[in-house]
Design a protein around this ligand. Structure first.
Ligand code: SF4
Length: 357
């Protein structure tokens, strides 16, 4: 059991004291993320959509947020951008429909609201890809308006704070979480309060054993065994998949195929071939990656131009890309980008070795 201070105060009985403890801590010790330096609702929406299903460290590491805003500085620029450009700037973040929804939202702002970002909960919530959490985040972070938020971090904090022992992904639990979020919401400094609540879940009240001794609201927290909470319904079973991908370079160009499925639609990757066709080809590289509940073994096979009959008739979804000039620019799922880079690196290592020896 975690060495955790006992509860001495009730958050719902003393909401102002709870809010003060969180806000004061945040003003003193909150993190300085790039999206916290702006009150532009479009930029806040971009950050919120990027941070759905993606870790803060990943977004910061390659400056996705800054690069996106440099290329698409406002809704007008995003609304008219080519899709390939969006996907390229989203490359590595995954869940590419988020980028498409951002563009759809930008178009609604341009076409329906004359380019001015809406300021009401209903209008923001009506934008494509914007749910209850995101609408509350934009309202509170951009306009400092009183709007509750419940994301995964906040849900975990509340489950522990209120010692909620039922599964938090049930409709009844969701109702309780949102009602606590509303009941504890301050009337002012909502930006700081909501930021603090989320950061508490990231920094102290994380998954597994939390750091309760450093927690600014430990005296309000009811649970005695936080590492057991929150509870969730049984997770979806993991499915193992094997993908055989074809690697053919011809006259300095690599053959790629465009995804047509919904998840990575529009991105370019190595063509996939059936196991029966792959059997006779040398293996260049094996790697693993995960996507949603799938665990994928990616096996890249060395092909020849003559093998193209294996792929069937010519398809407009397949295209050759120049290794030096076009390949770096094309949007591609990260596991394929990494595999191709490693193979090309192995090739150049082998080339330099043979030159040296
Ligand atoms: S870190 Fe979480 S579990 Fe620990 S005292 Fe704070 S809110 Fe409660």
């Amino acid at each position: 059991m975690t060495d955790k201070p006992v509860q001495t105060r009730e958050p719902l009985a003393e909401p102002a004291a709870f809010q003060r403890a969180l806000i004061d801590w945040f003003l003193d010790d909150g993190r300085d993320y790039p999206w916290r330096r702006t009150t532009d609702p479009y930029a806040i929406l971009v950050s919120e959509i990027m941070l759905q299903q993606t870790q803060i460290a990943t977004v910061l590491e390659r400056d996705y947020f800054g690069r996106w805003l440099a290329r698409f500085p406002d809704v007008a620029a995003l609304a008219v951008a080519p899709e390939a450009d969006l996907l390229k700037h989203w490359e590595g973040l995954g869940y590419y429909n988020r980028a498409r929804n951002l563009q759809k939202a930008a178009r609604v702002v341009v076409e329906t609201h004359g380019g001015r970002f809406p300021e009401s909960w209903e209008e923001i919530h009506a934008l494509p890809g914007v749910g209850r959490y995101t609408a509350g985040a934009v309202l509170s972070f951009a306009y400092d308006m009183s709007a509750p938020i419940v994301d995964g971090n906040v849900a975990r904090v509340f489950a522990r704070l209120f010692d909620h022992r039922e599964a938090i992904d049930s409709p009844a639990a969701q109702k309780s979480l949102w009602s606590w979020a509303e009941a504890l919401l301050p009337e002012s400094q909502v930006r700081e309060y909501n930021s603090a609540l989320m950061e508490l879940g990231q920094r102290f009240c994380g998954k597994g054993a939390p750091d309760c001794l450093a927690c600014p609201v430990a005296s309000f927290c009811a649970t005695r065994d936080p590492e057991m909470l929150p509870r969730k319904k049984a997770a979806r079973e993991t499915v193992s998949v094997i993908e055989h991908a074809l690697f053919i370079v011809h006259e300095g160009k690599l053959l790629l195929e465009q995804e047509s499925g919904s998840r990575r639609k529009g991105l370019w990757r190595l063509p996939l071939i059936p196991e029966s066709a792959a059997r006779k080809m040398p293996v260049l590289l094996k790697s693993k990656y995960a996507i949603t509940h799938h665990r994928v073994d990616l096996i890249v096979q060395q092909g020849q131009v003559a093998d193209l009959t294996l792929l069937g008739v010519e398809s407009p979804l397949r295209q050759w890309f120049d290794l030096a000039t076009e390949l770096p620019e094309v949007a591609m799922p990260s596991p394929f980008r990494r595999a191709i880079e490693r193979i090309l690196q192995m090739d150049s290592d082998a080339a330099s070795f043979s030159l040296e020896s």
